[in-house]
Design a protein around this ligand. Structure first.
Ligand SMILES: NC(=O)c1ccc[n+]([C@@H]2O[C@H](COP(=O)([O-])OP(=O)(O)OC[C@H]3O[C@@H](n4cnc5c(N)ncnc54)[C@H](O)[C@@H]3O)[C@@H](O)[C@H]2O)c1
Length: 635
């Protein structure tokens, strides 16, 4: 049976000296074998020169190899020491991408003109398969002195790497990563799709000039080849601290992406948090933890804060903004829960269920239809047509209600809902009135005696927004007078701080009044929604730079990165920053693929996507622009 390949086969050909490791192994071997030799420095210099000539393609390779072996005067016994030295000199980006080397072990071939005797122990320790190592082998005399190499091995000859590749006859796409001219020769011979000049350790002009792409690290190679980003991004170094018993789903989401997560059951006080925040990059809180200036002074690594709730008063948003820390919340994760409770309460109140149920508990059977109504066909008045108001509008209409709304801002009417021009207009025509405005201070006592006066007799009244929006004594009078036939109140001007504190309020004991302890949005689903939503926002900011939905930062919704590098620059909102960024990039001949800018109050946010590998100097210059608050590269 013919096997049909499921995905395109790819081979990654990786050089050893100065690529897989930071050094040239033969130079290191010389340092060991020539110990005590009075001419050690001169010989080492000569070995190095011969290596450079060969790497640049300036002398014949086999000649260079023999000259170096002769100069080394090395012995078998020097090899264990050499291996120990080399294992401490593996290139940083190879060290941090062990996952990639392991996962793609079948596709990775080490092809080197170095020697198997020291290459195999180093590369296999990072997951490479020994049978995938192609290199030279030493020749020893009877006393163990290294006197030469197997001259028949193609890798001992000029243009040895292409010759070996021809023999291997790999079927699939071939990508070569190396720092030397001999690596480029594979591509030159038409045996590789692309050649990547690896410049983490050394930069050779002739090699760079011939490269398809300059890769300053293995991360860059993985990135441009769309290899799984999680394998190339050192996320385990990013610490997430989640306080106040946040739903475990949040932990799961961060861990799935490789972050280190620490959970704390309760809130932390200012001093404790100021101490624990030092090595934290992402903080998750609910309503009790105060993120103050003092806490932020110690938060040198903090990138973003997630409020796993609606309110953000507990966070000093301005201080966060000044430090380039982006804050998010969960503005509509519990919207549906509030809507469902409001619908349920309307029905219960229109049917006088509170009274009927209370009577039943006292043993009274009072079967009667008097004063009980369906909600179908009734006029529902929504004061505030935001997240909750609009959602309630849709659900109520589906149940046959006629929806009217009043909002300070002109909002699109959903379905058949009708907009009222004034609050009074709404109060006068509706059978059920429900409040869904935000808690801004201008809304204190928005509904008082005069407003109740305007309402129809026997109106049903709901407040699931904020306690201070209703003048409670006025509501009590309206219930007692019969103006309000039934009320449901979930929020109060003063609410007990803990479950042990008594709830004291004039509404207690009134007929057909449903009281609930601020649980409009408190459902398991809402908690889970919050635990999904907030990490989503935080991860989108960390991984892509998106600030859409942030409560203290300019909102930018960015396209996904495609074969580009993303620079994130946060600065004080002063003129001329964008021009400075662009002039630095222009000086380095870096082409801008896309750029996005937004400002808010005192902070400016610029995202620049560039198409070329960047170098450290560009980054240093960008970081040094005056008024920069934070700078980071995404890939
Ligand atoms: N009971 C609960 O557990 C619970 C849960 C979630 C939200 N809430 C509260 O519900 C309220 C609404 O939440 P949301 O997510 O829909 O908010 P939102 O910000 O999306 O909508 C509020 C709307 O009210 C409008 N508004 C403000 N003042 C007004 C006024 N004086 N007259 C008319 N319109 C006015 C705004 O323009 C806005 O459209 C908020 O007060 C919120 O705190 C309570």
């Amino acid at each position: 049976m013919v096997e049909i390949p499921t995905k395109e086969q790819k081979y990654f050909i990786i050089d050893f000296d100065s690529t897989f490791t930071k050094v040239e192994a033969m130079d290191e071997l010389g340092k060991i074998s020539l110990q005590g030799n009075p001419k050690r420095e001169d010989i080492l210099r000569e070995i190095h020169q011969v290596t450079e000539l060969a790497m640049n393609g300036d002398i014949s390779f086999s000649e260079a190899l023999q000259r170096r072996v002769d100069l080394l005067k090395a012995h078998k016994d020097h090899l264990p020491e050499l291996i120990a030295v080399l294992s401490g000199k593996v290139s940083d980006s190879f060290e941090r991408n062990r996952d990639f080397l392991n996962e793609f072990a079948d596709s990775i071939l080490i092809i080197s003109s170095g020697f198997r005797e020291f290459i195999v122990p180093i590369v296999t320790a990072l997951g490479i398969k020994p049978e995938n190592v192609y290199a030279n082998t030493f020749l020893f005399d009877d006393s163990g002195n290294i006197i030469g190499f197997d001259a028949e091995n193609p890798l001992a000859k000029d243009k040895g790497k292409p010759e070996l590749m021809r023999k291997l006859n790999l079927q699939g796409d071939v990508y070569v990563i190396g720092d030397g001219y001999t690596d480029y020769e594979i591509k030159e011979a038409g045996l590789a799709n692309r050649f990547y000049a690896f410049t983490e350790n050394v930069e050779r002009g002739k090699v760079i000039a011939n490269a398809d792409h300059i890769t300053p690290s293995l991360d860059e190679f993985l990135f441009v080849n769309k290899l799984p980003a999680s394998l190339s991004y050192p996320k385990n170094r990013i610490k997430v601290l989640l306080l106040e018993n946040i739903h475990p789903k949040a932990k799961e989401l961060f861990q799935e992406q490789g972050f280190t997560v620490e959970m704390v059951k309760g809130a932390l006080d200012e001093d404790e948090l100021a101490e624990r925040i030092r090595d934290v990059s992402v903080l998750g809180i609910r309503s009790k933890t105060q993120v103050t200036k003092k806490v932020l002074e110690n938060a040198n690594k903090l990138m973003c804060v997630g409020a796993f709730c609606i309110g953000t008063n507990q966070i000093d948003l301005k201080a966060c903004q000044e430090r380039g820390i982006v804050a998010f919340n969960a503005p509509y994760s519990n919207t549906r829960s509030v809507v469902e409770l409001a619908i349920g309460e309307m029905i219960i109140l229109m049917r006088q269920i509170v009274e009927k149920s209370n009577k039943m508990h006292r043993g009274e059977w009072d079967k009667s239809a008097i004063g009980s109504y369906e909600i179908r066909g009734k006029k529902l008045g929504l004061v505030g047509y935001g997240n909750i108001g609009t959602q309630l509008s849709v659900v109520a209409e589906a149940l046959g209600m006629k929806v009217y709304y009043y909002d300070l801002v002109e909002k699109l009417a959903l379905g058949n809902a009708q907009r009222c021009k004034t609050l009074h207009e709404l109060l006068e025509i509706c059978d059920v009135i429900t409040l869904h405005t935000d808690g801004r201070k201008e809304n204190v006592n928005l509904i008082g005696a005069k407003e109740f006066e305007r309402m129809k007799d026997g109106v049903i009244f709901l407040n699931l927004s904020r306690g201070h929006i209703v003048d409670v004594p006025a509501l009590v009078n309206a219930v007692k007078s019969g103006k309000v036939a039934g009320a449901a109140v979930d929020v109060f001007p003063y609410e007990p701080k803990t479950n042990n504190e008594e709830f004291i309020n004039e509404l207690r004991g009134l007929p057909n009044v449903l009281l609930t302890p601020h649980i409009g949005g408190s459902t398991e689903e809402a908690q889970e929604n919050i635990a999904n939503f907030v990490p989503g926002k935080l991860l989108d900011f960390i991984n892509k730079g998106n600030t859409f939905g942030s409560v203290n930062f300019p909102n930018i919704q960015l396209p996904d990165l495609n074969d580009a590098h993303r620079m994130i620059h946060i600065h004080r909102n002063v003129p001329g920053i964008l021009a400075q960024i662009n002039s630095i990039l222009a000086n380095y001949h870096i082409n801008i693929r896309g750029q996005y800018l937004n400002t808010r109050e005192d902070v400016g946010y610029v995202i620049t996507d560039i198409d070329k590998a960047y170098n450290k100097e560009v980054i240093t210059e960008l970081k040094n622009i005056a008024h920069t608050i934070k700078f980071r590269m995404l890939y």
